[in-house]
Every structure is written in C-alpha cells, then in structure tokens.
Design a protein around this ligand. Structure first.
Ligand code: MCA
Ligand code: AMP
Length: 504
C-alpha cells in the first residue's frame, strides 16, 4: 500500500546491499540488514496494538536500533514521538498524558518509571546496546511485509517544543512536511550516495532525526553514527567523513583543539551549522583554520528547515542565507502582521510544504501562530537584505537556546516560584563561551517568611522536575526585580547586569 514517506525515503534501499552505517572506516551495517530489522520491529509494534495514527513515544539512547524503530514507526503508520533523554519523570508525565501513546519505549533502566506513567502492558524497552523487550521480541518476529497506507497529509511525528506559557506544545508534522524538506535539502546541499555524514547529534530532535538522518536515507549515502558529541571521537572519525552537521557548540569545541586543522578536514565537502546562532567570529575562525566556510542554515521544530546559505554561492557569516526552494519568508510587524520594507527588523513569517499542521490538541495556540494564509509566525526577529539573505537579529519570544537546546524561561520561573521562601524570579539567558547562552535565575526571597533559601536549595527543588540542561548554571539573589512602568520585568536590563559574570 502507498506510504508517502516510507516509499520515497526507504523503499529504494530495502533490497540494496549498500552501506548505511560506517564505523572505523569500514561498513558496519548494510541497508538490507537495517531494513529487515525495522520490518521486524514493525511486527512487534503491530503485536503491541499499534494502528495507523497511534502515537509511539520513545525515550531511548541513540543507537542504530533506535533509528530502525523510527522507520518501523513510519512503516506501521504510527506517529513517532521522540523524547529527550534528559527529561525527568514529571516532564514525561505531561507528554504521556497529552499524547496518550499506544506504546512507550524506554531504556530498561526507566522501565519502572514508564510503567507508572502509563499502563505496564504498553511499555517496551530498548537499551543502548540493543537489549530489552523490544529487541528480544524483534529477534523472534517475522518481518512485516505490508506497509501501512499513509498519504502526504497524515501525521508522521509529533515533536514537543516548549511554550512561552511554560506548557509544551506538540508540533504535528506530516509525511509531506518531512519528505518535502528532505528532498529540498538533498538537492540544495548536493548530498549523494558518495556522502558519509558524521552524525554526532541526538536523534530526538529535528536536527539529528530529520535533517541529518532523512537526508542520508534519501540520498543513499551512509553515516558514522556516534552516540553523542565527544571531541576525541569526532576528531578521529573526521578523516572518514565527507560531511558533518552540528550545533555551534560542536564547532567552537572543535576549534578549541589544535588537532582540528586544515589537513584533518581538507577532504571534507561540507560543514553545516544550525539550531542556534553561529557567531560570525566562529565562522571566520573556522575559515582561517581550515580554509572552509561553514554553511549556516535556519529552521524550527514546527517548520523543519526554512533558509540556508547557498552551497555554491556566497555563504555570508552572521546570516542564515536565502529561503529554501518552495519556502516563502516575510518580515512583518509584530502586532499588525503587515509586511515590512526590505532591511527593517520585524518578526519572520514562513510558509511552504515544510510548515507543520498545528499543535496537538491546541487549536487556539495553532490559530495564534499559524495564519489563515498559511504563514507561520516564527517568533524570531529578522531582517531580509536586497539580495534576499535573512539575518536573525533576536527573538520576540522569551526563549534561551543553550547548546542547541531550547529552554523557555517561564517553565523554570514557575518551578522556582513554587520553592518555599521564594517570592518571585526571572530567568534569563546570558552569553556562554561553550553553550552560546546559559540559563541564569534572578531570585527575590520572601521577606519575613522565616525560611532561608539559597542557590543549593533551589537547585535541589528543581532537580526532580527539570531536565538537567534546563537547570540554572547560576542563581543571583536581589531585593527586587527591575520593572517598567507597566509592571513588566525588564529582562533586557537583567541580561545587561549579569552578562559580565562567568557562568562556567
Ligand atoms: C548538556 N548540558 C547542557 C547542555 N548539554 N547544559 C546546557 N545546555 C546544553 N545544551 C549539561 C548536562 O546537563 C550536564 O550537566 C553537563 O552539561 C554535561 O552533560 P553532557 O551530556 O556531558 O554534555 P555534552 O555531551 O557536553 O553536551 C553538550 C552538547 C549537547 C554536545 C552541546 O547539548 C548536544 O548535543 N546538543 C545538541 C542539541 C540539538 O541537537 N539541538 C537541535 C534541536 P550536569 O553536570 O549538571 O549534569 S532541533 C532545532 O533546534 C531546530 C529544528 C534546528 O534548527 O535544528
Ligand atoms: P526549535 O524550537 O528547537 O525548533 O528551535 C528553533 C529556534 O532555533 C528558532 O526559532 C531560532 O530561534 C533558533 N535557530 C535555529 N537555527 C538558527 C540559526 N541558524 N541562527 C539563529 N537561530 C537559529
């Protein structure tokens, strides 16, 4: 039966004997073995009651088997719901309650927690080394031959993205959102079956899952699949790669090591950066060291990739390039949504086959951000120059991006404000040499509450509730927060005050 994403991305590979994964310069996993594995995992999902349209929540370590699980999910017509490994039980509770997955696949170490979050018979396990109940059932299972019938507008995935109110929103991505973007990127970045992509990103976000993996699956290339970004491992794999995708922290860490030099990467075809601003200075240092110019692109969970510096044309440091083919962008007034003249700063809107279908079970939020003419309000402040290059100059949304992960201050503030002895708080992002931005909390203690509150007690109250990457790297106590005449906390002034001090 036709399955829009599976047919285009995977079918051509299922019978081929080419390589999908490389390790230490040699093929480690061929296409046929990989797709047979995904077909057996698909049988296990069907036996677990998964029907087309059901959500499949996944919080597992990165592995080849975890990627096969994603493909199995597409094969059975499920809606893939990947979750950051760092999420705590209380964060997971929200996602499970909101998305009501038919199955929840977790690392064996988290099995008991998962069984408390949903009914135990819905929980399957997959470890980093391919053990667990999912894999033992897959070894015994027959390959699922039939592929579920799914059209372009059917959902392929829900990815949660935090909201400015502190409540996460599930971005609904269709088969065509994912396929059209992968097709565009393969062509635009000239990926081919000769490519070997160094893949050190997590696979629970758009960047590592869709941009990196879908592009390689579609073009017929292969990947060096590393469990995480570890500097020594990346340096030793670079000689076998042709291309690499990363967040800016990957590139600043590489530049901090003298082994990363011209000779090590002179064979490389392409370095791509995204998910957070790449400093123009990093861009220039990279070129100075290697003779190569990083290609910076810009995207969002809700839209996949929107703009990119060109492959053959000029890659301009500090810009995110031109709209991708088929994608329209405009800069608009924040309040009226009217287009602004070239060069003016406004909110960036995007439209195209890449733009999501809306937020899961949040029609009002969807209507606020997805306009009737199909343009999505990104919340990023940008300018477009007369050549069409887009520069992101800030954000109208209160968001911190740290090492490529998004942290919404409201979520952290609400939890700090619940701590005994805290009157109120403001959470801001300040410049950080490694992560780009770091989370800093500015806290007002309650007068006369008799409870003494300090940084350690706040962190220990947050730890069970928040993923560790969201925890403040620093907590400052003040008598009162700066407010404007309307009573609104002046975060800009706080950012200026705390910019200088180290968060390391
Ligand atoms: C880890 N830690 C962090 C971060 N990562 N703190 C702040 N920000 C981070 N990004 C904390 C951990 O909680 C831990 O704290 C300590 O740092 C060390 O953890 P470890 O896991 O060893 O860190 P690492 O391996 O050095 O990880 C840093 C990293 C990683 C390699 C930059 O965060 C990463 O892979 N980031 C990529 C994120 C990504 O893929 N984003 C794409 C989103 P403690 O010691 O207290 O426990 S998709 C997207 O944005 C759109 C669509 C787009 O355009 O792509
Ligand atoms: P996410 O919600 O994880 O999809 O993050 C999307 C946000 O990351 C965007 O709205 C931007 O603020 C930011 N972003 C992604 N790529 C870039 C880039 N190249 N430069 C600046 N910001 C970026």
């Amino acid at each position: 039966m036709p399955n829009h994403l599976f047919d285009a991305l995977f079918s051509a590979r299922t019978q081929g004997d080419g390589t999908l994964f490389m390790a230490d310069g040699v093929p480690s996993f061929d296409n046929k073995t990989f797709f047979d594995l995904s077909a057996r995992i698909a049988s296990v999902l069907v036996a677990a009651g998964v029907a087309p349209g059901d959500r499949i929540a996944v919080q597992v370590h990165k592995s080849i088997e975890a990627l096969a699980l994603y493909i199995a999910c597409v094969r059975v017509g499920g809606v893939f719901l990947p979750l950051n490994n760092a999420y705590t039980q209380s964060e997971l509770q929200y996602f499970v309650d909101d998305a009501t997955p038919q199955v929840f696949i977790v690392d064996p170490d988290s099995e008991t927690i998962a069984q408390q979050l949903t009914s135990p018979e819905r929980v399957l396990t997959l470890s980093a080394t391919a053990t667990g109940s999912l894999m033992s059932a897959a070894v015994e299972a027959a390959s699922m031959i039939d592929v579920a019938d799914r059209g372009p507008e059917d959902l392929a995935a829900i990815l949660y993205t935090s909201g400015t109110t502190g409540r996460s929103k599930g971005a609904m991505l269709t088969h065509d959102n994912l396929l059209s973007n992968a097709q565009t990127l393969v062509e635009y970045w000239q990926f081919s079956q000769d490519d070997v992509l160094l893949h050190a990103l997590p696979i629970f976000h758009t960047h590592g899952l869709f941009v990196a993996s879908n592009v390689i699956l579609l073009c017929g290339g292969s990947m060096i699949f590393q469990s995480k970004f570890a500097l020594d491992d990346v340096l030793s794999a670079l000689p076998q790669a042709t291309s690499m995708m990363g967040v800016p922290t990957f590139y600043t860490r590489l530049l901090s090591d003298e082994r990363f030099n011209h000779d090590l990467v002179s064979h490389m075809r392409l370095f791509i950066s995204g998910s957070a601003p790449l400093l123009a200075d990093t861009h220039r240092q990279f070129e100075h060291r290697t003779g190569q110019r990083i290609l910076e692109r810009y995207g969002m969970t809700e839209t996949n990739m929107n703009t990119s510096n060109p492959y053959t044309g000029e890659r301009i440091a500090g810009t995110v390039g031109l709209p991708l083919p088929g994608v329209c962008v405009r800069v608009c007034d924040q309040h009226t949504h009217q287009s602004l003249p070239i060069g003016e700063v406004g909110v960036l809107h995007v439209q195209g086959p890449n733009v999501f279908k809306g937020y899961w079970q949040m029609p009002e939020k969807t209507a606020e951000e997805l306009l009737p003419d199909g343009f999505f309000i990104t919340g990023d402040l940008a300018t477009i120059d007369d050549q069409g290059y887009v520069t992101i100059v800030g954000r109208s949304k209160d968001l911190i991006i740290s090492g490529g992960y998004n942290i919404y201050p409201k979520e952290v503030e609400l939890l700090i404000d619940e701590v005994d002895g805290v009157s109120e708080s403001a959470v801001i992002g300040v410049a950080h040499a490694d992560f780009g931005e770091a989370v800093v909390a500015v806290v007002v203690a309650e007068d006369n509450s008799g409870i003494s509150v300090d940084a350690a007690s706040i962190i220990s109250a947050l730890e069970p509730k928040l993923a560790r990457f969201k925890l403040p790297k620093r907590i400052e106590f003040v008598e009162q927060l700066p407010r404007n005449t309307m009573g609104k906390v002046q975060k800009k002034s706080l950012r200026e005050t705390y910019a200088e001090k180290s968060t390391a």
